[in-house]
Design a protein. Structure first.
Length: 328
């Protein structure tokens, strides 16, 4: 028997979508492993969220609610969770492959001497052990990975599983977060993005690259913003666009930026460098717009439009608006 833990990620007082997705998948894994699904929740003023984790199937939620945990510090959170895990001995620990999860998961694995598979795209249980699928070599290959350690940790890409509510008690089990000797403290935070849709959780992404040119030379980025607003989408950018200073680093998609997994990815003026493809190739549907018919992005695209984005994007946006007006 192996209990499955889902480490909650909280933003602005709410569970992030990836947490509810993992709770949904965790129910299936716990049933196969012969254990129960449990949540782990750390923060300040977060105890009420245990009920929300219960709605998605968590039978029990381990809660550490303290003003000292208001700000995320990887060293502190990893120490607290590791000590809880040593006492409770879960078999499987799941966490989102977000900025939060990518920092926390390896710290936790090191403290527990546990196996870690990062950036996973599929999960299953075989013979009571977790098995995962994860991309390797910049997305050129998919590896099936099994674990040898008693505790198995996986960080999982967002948008892989539909979040569905399920029967769970959400019973609160409070624990004292023993963070050990923490050498780092947070003095302040500067939030970026404002009301923009979180790139890693977006169902639709409209991304631009070098072909969009400097904003001083044209209105391509405004065209992408208009399309994104019409589609209720997030705006992304290639590394070339970010390095040129045209867009912020928080919008960068790729191996050195954010790995995304939307339902629809529209790539406008992006040639398709390997490091960019590594960040978006798992998108469920890829539409490429590029005036160069030999652009590498077309080898990954489900639909390709060989046209100048300055001509295509306004027409496409207008057609989307017409369709929305017809359906409303």
């Amino acid at each position: 028997m192996a209990n499955v833990w889902v480490i909650a990620e909280v933003k602005e007082g709410k569970l992030k979508k990836v947490t509810t997705e993992l709770l949904t998948k965790g129910r299936d894994l716990a049933a196969k492993a012969g254990g129960q699904l449990e949540g782990v929740l750390l923060g300040s003023g977060v105890e009420a969220l245990a009920a929300d984790m219960g709605k998605f199937g968590a039978a029990k939620v381990h809660v550490a609610d303290s003003p000292a945990l208001k700000d995320y510090v990887g060293e502190a959170f990893a120490s607290a969770i590791a000590k809880l895990a040593e006492a409770e001995k879960p078999g499987i620990i799941l966490i989102g492959a977000s900025v939060y999860g990518k920092d926390l998961a390896p710290r936790l694995a090191a403290k527990l001497g546990a196996g870690l598979a990062s950036d996973c795209t599929d999960l299953d249980v075989d013979g009571g052990k977790l098995t995962v699928v994860r991309p390797m070599y910049a997305g050129k290959a998919l590896a099936s990975v099994a674990f040898k350690t008693d505790i198995q940790i996986a960080s999982v890409r967002p948008n892989l599983f539909a979040a569905e509510e399920g029967a769970g008690a959400g019973a609160v089990a409070k624990f004292d977060a023993d963070c050990g000797d923490v050498k780092v403290s947070v003095k302040g935070q500067q939030m970026s993005g404002g009301d923009k849709i979180e790139l890693t959780e977006a169902a639709i992404i409209v991304a631009g690259g070098r072909g969009c040119k400097d904003p001083k030379e044209g209105n391509a980025w405004q065209l992408l913003e208009d399309l994104a607003k019409t589609l209720n989408a997030a705006v992304g950018a290639s590394r070339a666009a970010v390095d040129a200073g045209w867009r912020g680093h928080d919008e960068q998609v790729g191996q050195t930026g954010k790995v995304v997994n939307p339902t629809l990815y529209i790539a406008a003026g992006i040639s398709g460098a390997i490091q960019h493809l590594a960040g978006m190739s798992s998108s469920k549907c890829i539409v490429a717009v590029n005036k160069d018919p030999e652009a590498p992005i077309f080898t990954k695209a489900d639909y390709g439009v060989v046209e100048d984005l300055f001509n295509f994007i306004p027409l496409f946006t207008e057609e989307v608006r017409k369709l929305k007006a017809t359906c409303s």
